[in-house]
Design a protein around this ligand. Structure first.
Ligand code: KIV
Length: 251
């Protein structure tokens, strides 16, 4: 990767390329991912579960997101640093713009929120305020309580149609890329073929433009739960346990 700062526009123009994206919640991980050349780093509200110990992402507060965005931003990554608007932080246009500005003031260069047509006014206003917007469709973790769990989307025709229409609406509104989470692989492929901005898949098959994972899932640093679709590349928790045991015995 060149030394050029990655912007949302650069990610948008990567349509058709394999875009690797990962989460970071602090300075060392943001720095490491950036040194490896990951072009898109997300301070995801997944931090609520894998860092803060909440049962889901619905308890994450703006102040917590700001704290972690500040830490990741201190790495001054070449990568685009995006951050999640947490649950209930974008119910109205006013709230969405004000909270997006707070994340930008903390160091985010783009914001992500969950939903399609339902949040279109918020998306348009965020973009009109000059803040790049990253979409998120499919299984929406912030809706876990209303939906009674984490369900794959796109299995029935009505869901396929809704996903396609939402993806088109977000792309038309100016989103620079869209996460597709737990979307059936054929529907994820169809969306990827039909929309002009990159799709970034998570548990949605191999045919999205990019792929994103929660980095702790990839590295095995949160061993108490790993989504079925993730193949951890490291069992870091086991290695940490062994190292700590060894040290404990050595003193
Ligand atoms: O919160 C998060 O980390 C996310 C990604 C997994 C897409 O939304």
């Amino acid at each position: 990767m060149s030394a050029t700062k990655v912007t949302a526009e650069i990610i948008r123009r990567m349509k058709g390329q394999k875009i690797p994206a990962l989460t970071a919640y602090d300075y060392p991980m943001a720095k490491l991912l950036d040194e490896i050349g990951i072009p898109l780093i997300l301070v995801g509200d997944s931090l609520g579960m894998v860092v803060l110990g909440y049962p889901d992402t619905t308890q994450v507060m703006m102040a917590e997101m700001e704290h972690h965005v500040r830490a990741a931003a201190r790495a001054k990554p070449r990568a685009l640093l995006a951050a999640d608007l947490p649950y209930h932080s974008y119910r109205t246009v006013k709230e969405a713009v004000a909270n997006s500005k707070r994340l930008v003031a903390a160091g985010a260069e783009a914001v992500k929120a969950e939903g399609g047509r339902k949040i279109l006014e918020q998306v348009r206003s965020i973009i009109a305020a000059g803040i790049p917007f990253f979409g998120h469709l499919g299984m929406l973790p912030q809706s876990v309580r209303e939906e009674g769990g984490y369900h794959v989307k796109g299995k029935v025709e009505s869901e396929r149609e809704a996903l396609l229409t939402d993806a088109q609406a977000l792309a038309d509104a100016g989103a620079f890329a869209i996460v597709l989470e737990l979307v059936t692989p054929p529907v994820a492929r169809e969306i990827t073929e039909k929309i002009s901005v990159p799709t970034i898949g998570i548990g949605s098959g191999p045919d999205c433009d990019g792929q994103i994972l929660v980095t702790t899932d990839l590295l095995g640093t949160f061993p108490w739960f790993t989504p079925k679709f993730v193949k951890p590349r490291l069992n870091a928790a086991d290695q940490m346990r062994a190292a700590i045991e060894e040290w404990k015995k050595s003193i």
